[in-house]
Design a protein around this ligand. Structure first.
Ligand code: ATP
Ligand code: MG
Length: 318
């Protein structure tokens, strides 16, 4: 898999830019603030319709512009793909694969997959659980369209449930709809846990080998998946997970109504990363943090390669 060309219009600090790349390795260099990271971000966006560092698509549109467009010429699975995204400050974004409108960002991943490693990835180890969930979600959305669909559904139901818990004092009638959203969360949540557990199992093996390589065999990296406490075996079939998630939600019903927060579900999942048996988040040095984060990212790339037979485009920033 490779990216042969990229065209940017009003994307970040680029007004208009056409680029072509070497089929092998490309080194992009320049002074600070010239747009090197922005370029990698554009390639990442074309692979999954999202950027690790932008909170909203609007940030990607040049300050002085109303719209931005980015297109990439990709060669993968022995075919050429043209991927395109158009962003607008006022309208919904539009995506295309080979000039056919794409309904979801997951369709972009059918043409291009990327693994982006940047200095902020140190937060993958250092930050709270949300950073590690973002990593899992971004990886699995590119790998499994069914995961992307379940995650979107889960998020919609989560937003509804949060509103119900928040507003049920003023509108007690809202509570009647709560069981319906709980059931949707349980059903979609089971799919998320099932895929996350499989992914982490493979990730843990490969990342441990990568880390041992990078540290000259001196350190041992262990990665484990932490999910809802009632789930005894996250690798179990979704039907079994559904029952265990339902039981957990039932147990936390009063606490959820009392705190007005969604307390039960895989939106609180985490990855425990340990080096030589100690929690990396708390005890890792800067160098160890970088090696552990890179080991995880390279493991992600290996998993894509095993799944599709092709290595994703690796984007290394600094
Ligand atoms: P460094 O070597 O310091 O990492 P870089 O070449 O990676 O630099 P970028 O992060 O790509 O630099 O940013 C280049 C410039 O793009 C920055 O000066 C930033 O202010 C600018 N920029 C970011 N977002 C936008 C935007 N929406 N519109 C216009 N310019 C932007
Ligand atoms: Mg940069």
């Amino acid at each position: 898999m490779r990216i042969d060309g990229l065209s940017l219009e009003s994307f970040r600090n680029y007004r208009r830019q056409e680029l072509s790349f070497d089929p092998d390795c490309n080194v992009i260099f320049g002074d600070n603030a010239q747009g090197k990271t922005n370029l990698l971000e554009a390639i990442q966006y074309l692979s999954c319709g999202a950027s690790d560092r932008a909170k909203s698509d609007r940030e990607l549109i040049a300050f002085s512009a109303e719209r931005a467009a980015l297109s990439g010429e990709i060669f993968s699975r022995n075919r050429e793909f043209v991927l395109r995204a158009e962003l607008d400050r006022r309208k919904r974004r539009k995506l295309w694969v080979n000039r056919v409108p794409a309904k979801t960002a997951a369709e972009l991943s059918g043409g291009l997959q990327t693994v982006f490693f940047c200095p902020e990835d140190l937060l993958l180890i250092r930050d709270g659980a949300a950073a590690r969930r973002r990593f899992l979600d971004a990886a699995l959305c590119q790998l499994r369209p069914r995961y992307a669909a379940a995650l979107a559904s889960y998020r919609r139901a989560y937003v509804h449930k949060t509103r119900i818990l928040r507003d049920c004092d003023q509108q007690p009638g809202l509570l009647q709809t709560l069981p319906e959203f709980n059931e949707r969360l349980v059903q979609c949540g089971a799919v998320l846990i099932h895929y996350r557990a499989q992914f982490v199992e493979r990730l843990a093996d490969i990342a441990a080998a990568n880390h041992a390589d990078c540290s000259g065999g001196r350190e041992c990296l262990k990665v484990s998946y932490q999910t809802v406490s009632s789930v005894q075996e996250p690798l179990a079939e979704p039907a079994i997970l559904v029952r265990q998630l339902r039981a957990h939600m039932e147990e936390h019903k009063c606490a959820e109504l009392g705190s007005r927060l969604c307390l039960s579900g895989p939106h609180k999942d985490d990855l425990l990363v340990e080096i030589d048996g100690r929690d990396a988040k708390t005890y890792c040095s800067q160098g160890q943090t970088r090696t552990a984060a890179l080991s995880l990212k390279l493991a992600e790339r290996e998993i894509y390669k095993n799944a599709s037979g092709e290595a994703p485009v690796l984007l290394l920033d600094d």
